[in-house]
Design a protein around this ligand. Structure first.
Ligand code: SF4
Ligand code: SF4
Length: 332
């Protein structure tokens, strides 16, 4: 069954970058250390910031991210803290290297998912994007996590470099025992915004021709598939998650964004100061969310306008959806 997953207005989603350090140098890495800081948060700070979002009256979900979060020596303590604070779901996003023996320090029932990033069905394509040896490390990490009883998901970031291998992922996902498959669109920020990386978003036609069909095939195996909507149809209404949802993207320098497309700029709407969450001065991302433009998402118009197209009279051919709006297919 396919459904559009509208923003979860009754839950709080925390995307917590606990450090920006990473052992890999992926060509499309969105982490911008100039903007996001270079420090590793002490566990006491992680605990305090988790506490700021652990709302007892509403469901709160957390995803631990980096850099590579398993490079943090106290990631297992962060997971335990999130559990004790009552977080409804807890996920770790990893490149698969699984440092600090993380799988031995947490139990499967303390975590909802470990989410692995793989950007090619073949070693050649994945390693050309993510670095030599990363395919073997990631697939070995998935197998190890499954053998220990963890739920595993996989994130595939689609770009011009790897869309040709998306269909080939279907047998691999089954072979690896993946429960959930997330297809992402590469963002033009961080390293992928540098022209020498030569990594680009696919065209609208290629996206529409390829992604939904590939997702259906994976879903037929009983794996839940999620992918961003990206292009709105004429009958669909645009909504900005920054105005209607509770998503928080936290960085180790204390910046807290509501919108991931804003992360390359110092326009975060909030900041942690002495562990207190404080609104920032104007102008910040919230001022952009208010702007009503015919193209849909304002930040998309500003930082990745190549995915827009216009009619002869200057009106947009279609609207770009909020990057947080997803399609989900589940044939379980
Ligand atoms: S995309 Fe993730 S794994 Fe790759 S360099 Fe960036 S933080 Fe590391
Ligand atoms: S991606 Fe666009 S629509 Fe979504 S929160 Fe950011 S500015 Fe709003």
């Amino acid at each position: 069954m396919k459904k559009t997953v509208s923003f979860s207005k009754n839950s709080i989603n925390v995307f917590f970058h606990i450090l920006t350090d990473c052992n890999l140098r992926c060509r499309h890495c969105y982490i911008n250390r100039e903007q996001h800081g270079k420090n590793t948060l002490p566990i006491e700070t992680i605990a305090a910031w988790l506490g700021a979002f652990a709302d007892k009256t509403r469901e709160a979900n957390v995803i631990f991210l980096g850099g590579e979060p398993t490079l943090h020596p106290d990631l297992s303590l962060a997971v335990k803290k999130a559990n004790s604070l009552g977080y409804k779901s807890i996920t770790i996003d990893t490149n698969g290297y699984l440092f600090h023996d993380i799988l031995s320090k947490i139990k499967p029932n303390e975590l909802d998912y470990i989410s692995f990033s793989l950007d090619g069905a073949t070693r050649e394509t994945n390693d050309m994007i993510r670095g030599k040896g990363s395919y073997d490390k990631c697939t070995a990490g998935i197998k190890k996590a499954n053998s220990k009883g963890f739920n595993t998901s996989l994130i595939y970031t689609v770009s011009t470099e790897n869309i040709h291998e998306l269909e080939m992922m279907t047998p691999l996902l089954k072979d690896l025992g993946i429960d959930r498959f997330f297809i992402q669109v590469v963002g033009i920020r961080g390293k992928s915004a540098e022209t020498d990386q030569n990594i680009r978003q696919v065209s609208r036609q290629e996206w529409l021709n390829t992604i939904p069909a590939a997702a259906e095939k994976v879903a037929d195996l009983g794996i839940t598939v999620t992918y961003p909507k990206v292009f709105l149809g004429p009958e669909e209404t645009f909504e900005c998650a920054g105005l209607v949802a509770d998503n928080y993207f936290i960085f180790p320098n204390g910046r807290v964004y509501r919108c991931p497309l804003c992360e390359d700029f110092p326009i975060h709407g909030m900041v942690f100061e002495n562990n207190n969450l404080t609104p920032t001065e104007k102008i910040n991302e919230s001022d952009f969310f208010q702007l009503n433009i015919p193209e849909g998402c304002v930040m998309n118009r500003l930082i990745q306008p190549d995915n827009l197209s216009y009619n002869g009279d200057g009106t947009p051919e279609y609207q770009i959806a909020c990057c947080m709006l997803k399609e989900e297919i589940s044939n379980k």
